[in-house]
Each structure stands twice: as C-alpha cells, then as structure tokens.
Ligand binder design. Structure first.
Ligand SMILES: [Zn+2]
Ligand SMILES: [Zn+2]
Length: 130
C-alpha cells in the first residue's frame, strides 16, 4: 500500500489499486447509480438534464462518459480534448487519436471548447481541404 492523494478530494489515502479514496469511491458509485437509473428510464436525456434531475455534477457525469461507463447511452457526449468534436467515451475523437498516434497535430478544426479567454489559433484555414 502506498499513500496517495485522492484525485477527487485531494485527501491522502492508502491506495490499494483503486484510484480514489474509499469515500470518493462510494460517492462515485452512488452518483453512477443515480445517473444510470435516470438514464434507464430517460434514455434520451442529455447531460444537463441528467445533472439537474440526479443532482450529480456535470463534471462527474462527464467523467463517467470518458471512462466509457455510459456507452450504452450514446446520446451523451463529451468534447474531444483536442478539437472539441463530440465523443461518447475517452478523451480524444477518432481523428485526433489517429493524428496523435501518427505524431501529427490532429485535425484542423479550430474550435477549442472548454478553454475560455485567449486561445491561439494559428492554423491556416481555407487553403487546404482534405
Ligand atoms: Zn477522495
Ligand atoms: Zn478530436
């Protein structure tokens, strides 16, 4: 066992292969249940509705999606971390994953969601189309 900081609450905990402290694990499981139960009866709900109806934070729901735990409900999307395209699990869309593996800068969609304020977009647009 090693001591680690829980990525969710920041508390020090004895890690036994789990990524979070036991309290957060419990909360996580409870939140997940809430979300899944809600989605079972409302399969078409979007993230905002789910969050509002279950009281589970959007960020947590997003986490579940990225972990692939809500794949059955593919109405739910999170944004690709590189280009902002909607994806149903993970962190990157297929395009960006491919680009990532090939070691190239991915996709030429200039949209960067989640980042507020100044974003440098120095990609040239319009002269090249694939
Ligand atoms: Zn914790
Ligand atoms: Zn992408």
């Amino acid at each position: 066992m090693e001591l680690r900081n829980c990525p969710r609450c920041g508390k020090l905990f004895a890690s036994s292969g789990r990524g979070m402290c036991s309290q957060c694990l419990q909360e996580d499981a409870r939140d997940y249940d809430l979300v899944r139960n809600y989605l079972r009866s409302n399969p078409g709900a979007n993230m905002v509705e789910v969050s509002r109806e279950t009281g589970v934070e959007l960020g947590k729901i997003e986490e579940f999606i990225r972990q692939g735990r809500l794949l059955a409900y593919n109405k739910l999307h999170v944004a690709c971390e590189m280009c902002g395209a909607p994806i149903t699990s993970g962190r990157l869309c297929e395009n960006c994953q491919r680009g990532f593996r090939a070691g190239e800068p991915a996709a030429d969609k200039p949209e960067v969601k989640e980042t507020r304020g100044k974003v440098h977009l120095d990609r040239r647009r319009g002269d090249r189309r694939s």
